[in-house]
Design a protein around this ligand. Structure first.
Ligand code: DUC
Ligand code: ZN
Ligand code: ZN
Length: 478
């Protein structure tokens, strides 16, 4: 099988860094070696089929984005990245594994939703992929179906305390699913916002003529997130089900998670780049010749952007440092302005919720290293190692060690990346929520199971390179 040697770089893991050469044989890492190693009398640099010089660069395990929505039917339309375009964009950004959400909507069978997601993804992905299962309705059938999840390699499932009539589960349904999950060892992922109360607030705002995108964030007030997060923690505690709260944006929700963790509970949380960098004030101020105040629709997502004045963004960075939050995913859910987001002109409730970031997560989080908010090791931990452990892939993914998949990124700290539609953007969107962001650092080389798929400015991957990953149970529980 073809061998690849990465020489001269600094290998960074969640626990340390050091000069080392990395040898990949076929699809698998077989050695992390002293620089310039000679093995059985053979100089590796002369015998390897491909040698990649990583001098002055970081060699890190490929990024894992544990929260994407490709081709998600939502808000009267469908997320604009397919598995093909979305995974290719992810690869450009140094992500070598995604976990997307197979969907059961209320009134449909879970098994049918899962089969549909396999059909969408199979043969189309540039990188490896797994699925969580969205449960859009808890009833006898779906509770029974949960018993088959682990055998399918799907060891986590998501429920929604928001979106009544679409994905929403009430507290009794959540309780029943958690009881089952506790028995089966499954990880419960929660969209924690009080949907019924939000819908009332949103209707009241629209009645008052407050229809601009900014009011999306007013209706989805932080109290709605804090309350739902607390309720989810209590239900999880009662049932002894491990809980993972997705897309945390309110500092009060983080405080709930921190309290639960301090009390020894298996409660975890992720945040997303938008909650670290973007704010409600900026959304309010957004205006363009083309869209006027509707420009703010580019940043309509749920949970919503929060007020910078109230300090939510700073609190998220701090929580990442102190491990009150364990991971950063994107909740990549892209919609174009024309023909999709514009469904909500005149009524913010009709704007499809979502931001596209799958391509930029590694770069955006590296800025935390540049500003001194994160160590290099914590960057790797938040974006690769913990996602692998949390979702049962560690050993194969999330680490550079013999036996692991050859998923490796060479990151140039002296490089530069300009983000925007006409620059590095490969996502299928007519705008970028990150337009104009200038990044210190650059994803130079991306290797997926031993194959170089991004080499500088060349894309060498192909659809179908990516395989479905059957995941084990979470390796992160306390
Ligand atoms: N939030 C979003 O912004 N989009 C998709 C679903 C969700 O929960
Ligand atoms: Zn959600
Ligand atoms: Zn989501």
């Amino acid at each position: 099988m073809a061998t690849t040697l990465i020489t001269g770089g600094t290998v960074v893991s969640a626990t340390g860094r050091g000069a080392a050469d990395v040898l990949i044989d076929g699809e698998t890492i077989v050695g992390v070696l002293e620089p310039g190693s000679v093995l059985l009398g053979t100089n590796l640099a002369e015998s390897a089929d491909t040698v990649i010089d990583a001098t002055g660069k970081y060699v890190i395990p490929g990024g894992i984005d544990a929260h994407t929505h490709f081709e998600l039917p939502f808000g009267g339309t469908e997320a604009s990245d397919t598995f093909e375009s979305g995974t290719r964009a992810a690869a450009w950004g140094g992500t070598t594994t995604v976990i997307d959400f197979a969907v059961q909507t209320t009134g449909t069978r879970i098994q049918d939703g899962l089969a549909r997601w396999h059909a969408k993804a199979e043969g189309n992905c540039a990188i490896d992929y797994g699925f969580h299962q969205i449960m859009g309705g808890v009833d006898e059938d779906s509770l029974k179906a949960m018993e088959g999840f682990a055998a399918e390699g799907i060891t986590s499932y998501k429920m929604f305390m928001a979106y009544p009539g679409v994905f929403y589960s009430d507290d009794g349904q959540i309780l029943r699913a958690m009881q089952k999950a506790a028995d089966l060892g499954l990880l419960t992922m929660m969209h924690a916002e009080n949907g019924p109360a939000i819908d009332v607030l949103a209707a009241q705002l629209v009645e008052q003529g407050k229809t601009d995108p900014y009011y999306h964030g007013i209706a989805r007030a932080w109290q709605m997130e804090e309350e739902a997060t607390h309720r989810a923690i209590m239900l999880a505690d009662l049932t002894r089900a491990p809980l993972y709260v997705v897309h945390v944006s309110a500092k009060q929700a983080v405080q709930q998670l921190a309290w639960a963790r301090d009390n020894g509970k298996n409660v975890f949380g992720e945040t997303c780049p938008q909650y670290l960098y973007l704010s409600l004030e900026e959304q309010l101020g957004a205006s363009s010749d083309e869209w006027g105040a509707f420009e703010g629709a580019k940043w309509v997502c749920s949970t919503p952007l929060r007020s910078r004045e109230e300090g939510h963004q700073d609190h998220m960075w701090q929580a990442l440092r102190t491990n009150d939050l364990q991971m950063v995913s994107t909740d990549h859910c892209p919609f174009c302005m024309k023909g999709q987001k514009d469904l909500g002109v005149g009524d913010f409730r009709k704007i499809p919720n979502g931001i596209g970031s799958v391509e930029h997560r590694m770069d955006l989080m590296y800025q935390g290293v540049v500003t001194g908010q994160l160590s290099l090791e914590r960057w790797v931990e938040l974006t690769s190692t913990t996602p692998a452990r949390m979702f049962g892939m560690y050993g194969k993914k999330g680490v550079i060690t013999p036996g692991a998949d050859g998923d490796v990124v060479i990151y140039d700290p002296n490089g530069h990346t300009s983000i925007g539609v006409g620059k590095t953007h490969h996502m299928n969107m007519d705008h970028s929520a990150w337009e104009g962001f200038e990044i210190d650092g650059h994803v130079d080389t991306v290797i997926s199971r031993g194959k170089v798929i991004v080499d500088g400015n060349r894309y060498l991957g192909a659809k179908g390179d990516g395989r479905f990953v059957k995941r084990g149970l979470s390796q992160y529980l306390i």
